[in-house]
Design a protein around this ligand. Sequence first.
Ligand code: NAP
Ligand code: ZN
Length: 353
Amino acid sequence: MYRARAYSASSSTSPLASDTIARREPTGRDVQIEILYCGVCHSDLHYVRDEWHDAMPAVYPCVPGHEIIGRVTRTGPDVGALRAGDLVGVGCLVDSDHDCPNCREGLEQFCPNMVLTYGSPDSHGTAPVTYGGYSDSVVVDERFVVRIPSNLDPAAAAPLLCAGITTYSPMRHWRVGPGKKVGVVGLGGLGHMGVKFAHALGAHTVVFTTSESKRDDAIRLGADEVVLSKDANRMKAHAGSFDFILDCVSANHDVNSYINLLTRDGNLTLVGAPEKPLPVAAFALIFGRRSLSGSPIGGIAETQEMFDFCGQHRITSDVEVIPIQKINEAYDRLLRSDVKYRFCIDMASLRSE
Ligand code: NAP
Ligand code: ZN
């Protein structure tokens, strides 16, 4: 066991602050990673402030962060292909049971025994729970580590580990591609990746935003059209026309107004996870046999597939790189939808503290 530096929160109302945490020494198939960058996901904020208490109560102290990019520094004796110096990524999962039907299909995100990067019981017993990437290092089983294509900027690639795979996976599942009309609701960290993927997959892409100021960016990111969601006439003009809508909104909003935009058999997938349940109008689904579903992150094989796709298409996130000392300010800005389009922590700022 060794002590790593980290930023942790000690309660749902405390700011994140400098701390040290216990990490295990790399054994077996473990790799130790020096963290270079970690993206800031709205899930980090929901979790730290215990907004998901009923589904996933927070355990304190908590160290969030599941968009980790770093270099391998040490390897356990049974590690296969990874070597010290390799540029690698770790997303929302650090382990699973490897044995259930989901794991056998490479869908670890549905494993009943999956271990989240932060807040899951630590099966190694090093600490009460797992600690995430707002830290200078992490130790992870190599099976949950992906390779980063060398042509991608590491800071801009970090958000692919959650915002990227969470939007890529449902788009692949629902067969987003040429000839499909696709909506992306909420132009934040997830939404802006959703726009890039829908565009790269060849769909006609429409962004729904509450922020007039994001209109030009939405087009630059790959949208064919932008609709201000408070403009009732523009919303009505799209009624019954979408094959697929990805809802990336972090707060309560009227999901029925988007279900009504779906075509017959169209699907709206929720990836946004607001604190409170969203009311759903039965008739919005019944007329048109539309469906409403959700989707969690993605499996490891699909995450690697997404990175390879991003390497080929030169897709990364638009990041605002921040020192870790600005993390509490970044959370306040997330709540004001003031992020273009992902905060990413430069972990050199933690080492120089
Ligand atoms: P984010 O960067 O804060 O973006 C959220 C966007 O939602 C905002 O930029 C804003 O877009 C829109 N929005 C915010 N408040 C709104 C309101 N009151 N009404 C309507 N729109 C509003 O957050 P993120 O990191 O992308 O995460 C988005 C959500 O996905 C969070 O709930 C997060 O926990 C969840 N998430 C889920 C998964 C999963 O596996 N399913 C994975 C990661 C994250 P506009 O300014 O364009 O309106
Ligand atoms: Zn996330």
